[in-house]
Design a protein around this ligand. Structure first.
Ligand code: NAD
Length: 354
């Protein structure tokens, strides 16, 4: 049904997309009137970071290859100190959510503009959400200062993302679009992007899984991740993200794998209460039961499908369900202890979602 009342804030950012577009990075840095950009990446992507710094030439302030999952505060502090010592006036964050998260942590205190060069499908580059982890607890917040000023999507940089991680990262992206379709602050433009994002990602992933070097498939997947990330940046997430935050925060589970496993169950839980979202997803996935289709797709692409496989113990499920129910996110279906316990048990077993 057409949504007749809504509000929508467009986020101010510049996007450049295309194979080889990383070559335009110096121009993009100059557009920000920056002269010394610090390149951020994780240790595993140091060579990519160095190649980018070389391409920046005199516009590079150096490379800091220290990004880590969930942005530990000590890593953020050190990065801020290094940025100041090196006289950086901008950051270029190359990598997945961890590298972009480090750029956001610097921007939060030093107000440096960030250019994000995403190499996974996690979508952090499209949001004003930051996260910092201290003493095992992750704090998150929203601040317009951390929204990247520019985003450069170059599918050639994703060719090396291992196939397993590509599949789960793609599901991570789909999860953003799924929850945007039933978000309390959804809007028609975001619903269009969400449906197209799911269609494009579900279409691209089998080809990416068959051949990680397929540039056309990589291009489609990165396009999908842009759309899905924009959905994340524009809406409030619901039960699925709450479950993943609880699982990730409490048990330190891998981010994209957790999203992949939980998504079909969270969607099965919500789709009867969100008929418009279910209809859009049925169209996008060309399937009458979108939750079941996502579960099938994950299985056919070799992704993990049970929380048990990630090392979650059966005894963890009760406390997790309690944690989710005690501080729920807005959700189309009522979030009950019984319902969430059944959802988690099904996800733990990896049984077909119902
Ligand atoms: P990640 O950034 O931790 O990357 C995982 C690993 O893959 C790293 O070792 C990285 O170096 C490597 N990698 C990335 N791209 C590669 C490539 N093209 N080739 C080879 N290796 C590559 O993982 P992620 O899933 O992108 O991000 C997860 C983190 O991002 C979590 O901390 C999550 O909370 C955060 N996140 C934040 C937001 C937000 O809006 N703030 C949104 C999504 C995710």
């Amino acid at each position: 049904m057409f949504q007749t009342s809504f509000s929508y804030d467009a986020l101010p950012m510049r996007v450049r997309f295309g194979a080889g577009s990383v070559a335009s990075l110096p121009t993009e840095v100059e557009r920000l009137e920056a002269r010394r950009a610090l390149v951020l990446c994780s240790p595993e992507q140091k060579r990519t970071g160095e190649a980018i710094a070389n391409a920046l030439g005199d516009l590079s302030a150096g490379v800091l290859a220290e990004a880590r999952m969930h942005v530990p505060v000590e890593v953020a502090r050190h990065a801020r100190d290094r940025a100041a010592e090196l006289g950086a006036d901008a950051c270029v964050a190359v990598g997945g959510g961890s590298a972009i998260g480090l750029g956001k942590a610097i921007a939060l205190e030093h107000d440096l503009p960030v250019i994000a060069v995403p190499t996974t499908y996690a979508g952090s580059e499209m949001t004003a959400v930051w996260g910092l982890t201290e003493d095992g607890r992750k704090r998150t917040g929203k601040d317009p200062r951390v929204l990247p000023a520019g985003v450069l999507y170059d599918p050639e940089l994703t060719l090396g993302l291992p196939v397993g991680m590509s599949v789960t990262s793609g599901f991570n992206a789909v999860a953003h679009a799924v929850e945007a379709l039933y978000a309390p602050d959804r809007s028609p433009i975001i619903s269009l992007m969400a449906e197209e994002g799911v269609r494009a990602m579900a279409g691209a992933l089998p080809a990416v899984a068959a051949d990680g070097g397929d540039l056309d498939a990589r291009t489609q997947a990165l396009y999908a991740s842009w759309l899905c990330g924009a959905c994340l940046g524009a809406t409030t997430m619901s039960l699925h993200h709450k479950l993943c935050h609880a699982l990730g925060g409490t048990l330190d589970l891998p981010h994209s794998e957790t999203h992949t496993i939980v998504l079909p169950y969270a969607l099965a839980y919500n789709q009867p209460a969100a008929p418009d979202a279910a209809e859009a997803l049925s169209r996008a996935l060309a399937a009458p039961d979108p939750a079941h289709r996502l579960w099938d797709l994950a299985g056919s692409l070799g992704a993990p499908r049970s929380l048990r496989d990630l090392g979650v113990a059966e005894g963890d499920l009760g406390p997790l369900a309690r944690q989710v129910v005690d501080a729920p996110y807005a959700n189309p279906a009522p979030v009950t202890l019984d319902g969430v316990t059944r959802l988690l048990r099904a996800a733990w077993n990896g049984e077909p979602p119902r």
